[in-house]
Structure formats: C-alpha cells, structure tokens
Design a protein around this ligand. Sequence first.
Ligand SMILES: [Zn+2]
Ligand SMILES: [Zn+2]
Length: 352
Amino acid sequence: MRAAVLESHGDPLVVESRPDPDPAADGIVVETEACGICRSDWHAWQGHGGWIDDQVPTGHVLGHEPAGEVVAVGDDVETFTEGDVVAVPFSLGCGRCTFCRNGRANVCPNGRAIGFSPDTPGAFAEYVHVPAADFNAVALPDGVSATDMAALGCRFMTAYHALAHRADLAAGDWVAVHGCGGVGLSAVQVASALGARPLAVDLNEEALAMAADFGASVTVDATVDDVPGEIRDATDGGADVSVDALGVAETCRNSIHCLDRTGQHLQVGYTTEAEAGEVSLPIDHVTMHELDVLGSRGMPPSRYDELFGLIESGAVDPGALVTRHVSLDEVPERLAAMDDYGTVGVEVVTEF
Ligand SMILES: [Zn+2]
Ligand SMILES: [Zn+2]
C-alpha cells in the first residue's frame, strides 16, 4: 500500500510503499476513504512531545483521523463485518482496564494512539489497522459520508468531549475559544449546539469568518493588545468556559485571564517546542476567583452515540469544517503549510 511516512523530524514526509496490514485476532483493517490532516500530525512531524515521553519515532506512518470501509476482520472480532463503514477515535483503549470499563478509554494506561504510538501505524495510507476493534471502532450511521466524518476521529469529538463532559456548561454560558483551527472551529459549533454562546479568537480573518458562520456571536482579533480584556468587556465580566484550542503560552494564559469568577479553563491544545509542556499560570488569580483548570483529551468511543444524535438532528455539521480535499501526495506540503498557520478549516485526504 501507499503511505506517507515520517522519515526524519521536520523534513517533508515521504510517500512510499509499505506492506498491507493483516488484522490481529481482535483487529480490523480499514480501507481509508478519508483522513483529516491535523495540527497533532504537525506536532508529530516536528518531533514534539519528547517532554511527555510522546515523541513519534521516525519510520512511522502518520495520520490519525480515519474513516472508511472494513476490508478484513480478525477471528475474535464480533461487532464488525467486511463492508461496514467506521470511524475510529485516535486514542485507542485496551477495553479491559478500569478506565476503559468506566468509560474513560481516552486515558487508558495501556492505550495506543493511531499514527503516534510506535506499534500503531497511522492512516495517511491506503489501509489502517485498528486493534481491539470491538471496543474502539465506531460504526457510522447510514447516510453519513466518510469524508464528513474524518474529523470525528479527532477534532470534533475532542471539542465535544471537552465541552459536554469535562466542562460544566449551561445554556447561555459564554464559551471563549482561543485558536480557530479544526478543534477550535469544532468547539464553536459544539458550544452553539449545546445552547451556549461561543466567542472566537484567532489571528486569521478567514478562520474568524468561519467561526461566525458556526455561531460565534463575537469574534476577537488575536493581535489586539488585551485579548482577555476585550473578552471580559464583550461578555460583561468574562467567559464562563474558555478553551485553549492551540496550546501556546499566550493562548493558555489568555484563556485563564478571560474567565469570569468560578469559570473553567479547558486545555485542549498541546504545547509547542517553545513551551515544551510547561506554561506558567496566574495561579493566585485561579485561587482568588475559584477557577477550574481542566485537561481534555479525545473522547471515549462509548460516547459517540451522543454526537451522532446531534449530527442527525442537524445541530452540528462536522462536514462544514472541511475546506479542502487533498491527495496522499499532497500531505507533506499541506503539513508544511501549518508552519505559519497557513491552513483554514479542516483539510481531508480523500485520494490515496
Ligand atoms: Zn487530530
Ligand atoms: Zn484500557
């Protein structure tokens, strides 16, 4: 099969031939119909994550937002048969530990991440293997396209889990979203669908225009001097929930400073080399105003039905995030375009 491979950190990915995967006894092989290109791929490509023992090794196939058709099924798999169309969350659980059994598979201590963990090649490839498939893969409802769903494996469900399960969000709450890339725009859509009032912050006018289309009633240009001050003014005191969807020190601190008293900060973006996993925070401010600082990662597969319900009702439309379809050969160049935030919305590989 053809696959986009990380030959060396920071150098363009190389599209080359790799052996087709065979299913493990508990696994399935999916013919990739669509796979989103995400900032997490960019982090992996750059060699980030060493500071949390999470650097992706060279020689690895990247890509972690697949949807497609099941083409081979391991002997022990009970839920899927060839021809089923599935989405796959990037964070795979073992299905057996306490966290998995309690519906927290996204933080499974035996977990593997497609396109990141060394023994779990990614989906910038014609085929991708999904281990513990009964537990991890999710059948797409009828009439839902793989392309529209590619973002479900990562960004959309990440935004949904953060706002629906981690935050204590109420209708009418102000939700500030710092960074309107794929996960940020997803958060705007989700906040709006959950009855909250999203406010979007970004450097890029086009991204802010998309955020406004998705329900952000206020947009803030991130180049202004005092982003938190603008947000506090626009929300009459501060946001109830704020999402750092980017992961740089400035967006993280702005997110905390823009909160109203008792507000909740959600850290969704991973940091870059500049922060190397550490950001100093206004911790006395957190104490004085009784703020919550919450981390959020992916979503357990057991919660997908909620999201499918929202999609079916028309309250959210992940497909609207897709701004461009690209081929596998274009992946190296599109990843490089993320160096200077040169992409808007979600780009999806649909030609392998
Ligand atoms: Zn992703
Ligand atoms: Zn587990």
